[in-house]
Design a binder for this molecule. Structure first.
Ligand code: HPA
Ligand code: MG
Length: 210
Protein backbone atom coordinates (compact mmCIF):
# COMPACT_ATOMS: atom_id res chain seq x y z
CA UNK A 1 0.00 0.00 0.00
CA UNK A 2 1.35 3.42 -0.92
CA UNK A 3 0.26 5.97 1.69
CA UNK A 4 -1.14 9.43 1.00
CA UNK A 5 1.97 11.19 2.27
CA UNK A 6 4.47 9.07 0.32
CA UNK A 7 6.56 11.69 -1.52
CA UNK A 8 7.59 9.35 -4.34
CA UNK A 9 10.99 9.19 -6.00
CA UNK A 10 12.73 12.14 -7.59
CA UNK A 11 12.64 12.00 -11.39
CA UNK A 12 16.40 12.61 -11.36
CA UNK A 13 16.99 9.11 -10.02
CA UNK A 14 15.78 7.41 -13.21
CA UNK A 15 15.71 7.79 -16.95
CA UNK A 16 12.56 8.58 -18.90
CA UNK A 17 11.73 9.92 -22.36
CA UNK A 18 12.99 13.41 -22.99
CA UNK A 19 9.69 14.51 -24.51
CA UNK A 20 8.15 14.25 -21.03
CA UNK A 21 10.72 16.46 -19.28
CA UNK A 22 8.78 19.11 -17.35
CA UNK A 23 5.46 17.24 -17.52
CA UNK A 24 5.81 15.03 -14.44
CA UNK A 25 5.77 15.61 -10.71
CA UNK A 26 7.54 12.48 -9.43
CA UNK A 27 7.90 8.73 -9.85
CA UNK A 28 5.30 6.86 -7.81
CA UNK A 29 6.37 3.30 -8.72
CA UNK A 30 9.60 2.59 -10.60
CA UNK A 31 9.40 0.07 -13.44
CA UNK A 32 11.56 -2.53 -11.69
CA UNK A 33 9.23 -2.68 -8.70
CA UNK A 34 6.22 -3.10 -10.98
CA UNK A 35 7.88 -6.08 -12.64
CA UNK A 36 8.90 -7.67 -9.34
CA UNK A 37 5.44 -7.25 -7.86
CA UNK A 38 3.88 -8.70 -11.02
CA UNK A 39 6.02 -11.80 -10.61
CA UNK A 40 4.55 -12.36 -7.15
CA UNK A 41 1.00 -11.85 -8.44
CA UNK A 42 1.71 -14.44 -11.10
CA UNK A 43 2.77 -16.86 -8.37
CA UNK A 44 -0.40 -16.19 -6.35
CA UNK A 45 -2.55 -16.68 -9.44
CA UNK A 46 -0.77 -19.92 -10.29
CA UNK A 47 -1.31 -21.18 -6.77
CA UNK A 48 -5.04 -20.43 -6.90
CA UNK A 49 -5.99 -21.31 -10.44
CA UNK A 50 -3.07 -23.27 -11.85
CA UNK A 51 -4.16 -26.64 -13.29
CA UNK A 52 -7.03 -24.87 -14.99
CA UNK A 53 -7.18 -23.64 -18.53
CA UNK A 54 -7.71 -19.95 -18.43
CA UNK A 55 -8.68 -17.19 -20.78
CA UNK A 56 -6.83 -14.02 -19.96
CA UNK A 57 -8.98 -11.07 -20.92
CA UNK A 58 -6.80 -8.01 -21.27
CA UNK A 59 -8.58 -4.70 -20.93
CA UNK A 60 -7.09 -2.35 -23.54
CA UNK A 61 -5.37 -0.12 -23.86
CA UNK A 62 -4.05 0.54 -20.36
CA UNK A 63 -3.79 -3.12 -19.39
CA UNK A 64 -1.48 -4.25 -22.16
CA UNK A 65 1.86 -3.84 -20.36
CA UNK A 66 0.69 -5.42 -17.14
CA UNK A 67 -1.04 -8.20 -19.05
CA UNK A 68 2.02 -8.96 -21.17
CA UNK A 69 4.32 -9.06 -18.12
CA UNK A 70 1.84 -11.07 -16.05
CA UNK A 71 1.34 -13.68 -18.78
CA UNK A 72 5.09 -13.92 -19.25
CA UNK A 73 5.63 -14.55 -15.52
CA UNK A 74 2.83 -17.12 -15.38
CA UNK A 75 4.38 -18.90 -18.37
CA UNK A 76 7.80 -18.96 -16.72
CA UNK A 77 6.41 -20.24 -13.44
CA UNK A 78 4.39 -22.85 -15.26
CA UNK A 79 7.46 -24.04 -17.16
CA UNK A 80 9.46 -24.41 -13.96
CA UNK A 81 6.87 -26.27 -11.93
CA UNK A 82 4.71 -29.35 -11.87
CA UNK A 83 1.66 -27.27 -12.49
CA UNK A 84 0.62 -26.69 -15.99
CA UNK A 85 -1.54 -23.82 -17.02
CA UNK A 86 -2.87 -23.33 -20.49
CA UNK A 87 -3.63 -19.76 -21.41
CA UNK A 88 -5.41 -18.01 -24.19
CA UNK A 89 -5.26 -14.24 -24.35
CA UNK A 90 -8.17 -12.14 -25.53
CA UNK A 91 -8.78 -8.43 -25.58
CA UNK A 92 -11.58 -6.06 -24.80
CA UNK A 93 -11.46 -2.32 -25.15
CA UNK A 94 -13.16 0.19 -22.87
CA UNK A 95 -13.05 3.91 -22.62
CA UNK A 96 -14.26 5.95 -19.69
CA UNK A 97 -11.81 8.83 -19.27
CA UNK A 98 -11.63 12.25 -20.87
CA UNK A 99 -8.65 14.33 -19.69
CA UNK A 100 -8.35 13.20 -16.08
CA UNK A 101 -12.08 12.99 -15.48
CA UNK A 102 -14.07 9.78 -15.40
CA UNK A 103 -17.03 10.01 -17.76
CA UNK A 104 -20.54 9.00 -16.87
CA UNK A 105 -21.01 6.23 -19.34
CA UNK A 106 -18.45 3.65 -20.21
CA UNK A 107 -18.17 2.46 -23.75
CA UNK A 108 -17.10 -1.03 -24.77
CA UNK A 109 -15.56 -0.06 -28.07
CA UNK A 110 -14.05 -3.23 -29.36
CA UNK A 111 -12.86 -6.67 -28.55
CA UNK A 112 -13.72 -10.14 -29.65
CA UNK A 113 -16.97 -11.96 -29.51
CA UNK A 114 -17.43 -12.47 -25.77
CA UNK A 115 -19.67 -15.50 -26.23
CA UNK A 116 -16.57 -17.68 -26.44
CA UNK A 117 -16.05 -17.05 -22.73
CA UNK A 118 -18.92 -19.42 -22.02
CA UNK A 119 -17.84 -22.14 -19.60
CA UNK A 120 -14.28 -20.80 -19.35
CA UNK A 121 -12.10 -19.69 -16.44
CA UNK A 122 -11.65 -16.02 -17.12
CA UNK A 123 -8.94 -13.81 -15.68
CA UNK A 124 -9.66 -10.15 -16.40
CA UNK A 125 -6.49 -8.05 -16.43
CA UNK A 126 -6.84 -4.32 -15.83
CA UNK A 127 -4.39 -1.51 -15.24
CA UNK A 128 -6.29 0.40 -12.58
CA UNK A 129 -9.48 0.20 -10.58
CA UNK A 130 -10.73 3.58 -9.41
CA UNK A 131 -14.35 3.82 -8.32
CA UNK A 132 -14.88 0.27 -9.56
CA UNK A 133 -17.73 1.40 -11.77
CA UNK A 134 -15.95 0.38 -14.97
CA UNK A 135 -15.17 -3.05 -13.59
CA UNK A 136 -18.73 -3.61 -12.41
CA UNK A 137 -20.09 -2.80 -15.85
CA UNK A 138 -17.56 -5.11 -17.47
CA UNK A 139 -18.28 -7.93 -15.00
CA UNK A 140 -22.02 -7.59 -15.60
CA UNK A 141 -21.40 -7.87 -19.30
CA UNK A 142 -19.18 -10.90 -19.04
CA UNK A 143 -21.38 -12.74 -16.56
CA UNK A 144 -24.08 -12.84 -19.23
CA UNK A 145 -21.91 -15.29 -21.16
CA UNK A 146 -21.80 -17.69 -18.18
CA UNK A 147 -18.10 -18.30 -17.72
CA UNK A 148 -17.18 -21.02 -15.21
CA UNK A 149 -15.13 -18.61 -13.12
CA UNK A 150 -14.18 -14.95 -13.25
CA UNK A 151 -11.19 -13.49 -11.41
CA UNK A 152 -9.90 -9.96 -11.72
CA UNK A 153 -6.27 -8.84 -11.53
CA UNK A 154 -5.54 -5.12 -11.51
CA UNK A 155 -2.09 -3.62 -11.25
CA UNK A 156 -3.38 -0.64 -9.27
CA UNK A 157 -6.28 0.11 -6.96
CA UNK A 158 -6.96 3.77 -6.29
CA UNK A 159 -8.12 4.84 -2.84
CA UNK A 160 -11.17 6.87 -3.69
CA UNK A 161 -13.52 8.60 -1.30
CA UNK A 162 -16.10 5.91 -2.01
CA UNK A 163 -16.10 3.34 0.78
CA UNK A 164 -18.12 0.86 -1.28
CA UNK A 165 -15.20 0.54 -3.65
CA UNK A 166 -14.83 -2.68 -5.57
CA UNK A 167 -11.77 -4.82 -4.73
CA UNK A 168 -10.20 -7.03 -7.39
CA UNK A 169 -9.15 -10.58 -6.52
CA UNK A 170 -5.51 -9.69 -7.16
CA UNK A 171 -3.85 -6.31 -7.23
CA UNK A 172 -0.34 -4.98 -7.26
CA UNK A 173 -0.49 -1.69 -5.38
CA UNK A 174 -3.06 0.39 -3.59
CA UNK A 175 -2.32 4.02 -4.41
CA UNK A 176 -3.56 7.45 -3.26
CA UNK A 177 -6.32 9.19 -5.22
CA UNK A 178 -3.94 10.69 -7.79
CA UNK A 179 -3.99 10.69 -11.57
CA UNK A 180 -1.09 8.51 -12.65
CA UNK A 181 0.50 7.79 -16.01
CA UNK A 182 3.07 5.42 -17.44
CA UNK A 183 3.44 1.66 -17.92
CA UNK A 184 0.59 1.86 -20.48
CA UNK A 185 -1.60 4.17 -18.38
CA UNK A 186 -2.34 7.28 -20.37
CA UNK A 187 -3.49 10.85 -20.21
CA UNK A 188 -5.37 11.41 -23.48
CA UNK A 189 -3.24 8.71 -25.14
CA UNK A 190 0.07 10.23 -24.00
CA UNK A 191 2.58 8.72 -21.55
CA UNK A 192 1.99 5.08 -22.51
CA UNK A 193 5.64 4.94 -23.56
CA UNK A 194 6.86 5.93 -20.10
CA UNK A 195 7.92 2.82 -18.18
CA UNK A 196 7.62 4.07 -14.60
CA UNK A 197 4.28 4.94 -13.02
CA UNK A 198 4.41 8.68 -12.41
CA UNK A 199 2.25 11.53 -11.23
CA UNK A 200 1.61 14.09 -13.95
CA UNK A 201 2.00 17.82 -13.08
CA UNK A 202 -0.16 20.78 -14.07
CA UNK A 203 2.12 21.63 -16.97
CA UNK A 204 1.68 18.14 -18.37
CA UNK A 205 -2.07 18.22 -17.88
CA UNK A 206 -2.36 21.52 -19.75
CA UNK A 207 0.03 20.49 -22.52
CA UNK A 208 -1.91 17.34 -23.40
CA UNK A 209 -5.43 18.50 -22.60
CA UNK A 210 -7.98 17.89 -25.37
N1 HPA B 1 -4.48 7.26 -14.86
C1 HPA B 1 -4.80 6.78 -16.10
N2 HPA B 1 -5.96 6.19 -16.37
C2 HPA B 1 -6.83 6.05 -15.35
C3 HPA B 1 -6.55 6.51 -14.05
C4 HPA B 1 -5.31 7.15 -13.80
O1 HPA B 1 -4.98 7.60 -12.67
N3 HPA B 1 -7.62 6.21 -13.27
C5 HPA B 1 -8.49 5.56 -14.08
N4 HPA B 1 -8.04 5.47 -15.33
MG1 MG C 1 -8.13 1.05 -17.62
Amino acid sequence: MISDNWPGYSLDLFTYPQHYYGDLEYVLIPHGIIVDRTERLAKDIMQDIGDNDIVVLCVLKGGYKFCADLVEHIKNLSRNSERFISMKVDFVRLKSYHNDQSMQDMQIIGGDDLSKLNGKNVLIVEDIVGTGRTMKVLLNNIEKYKPKMIKVASLLVKRTSRPDGYRPDYYGFEIPDLFVVGYALDYNEHFRDLNHICVINDHGKTKYRV
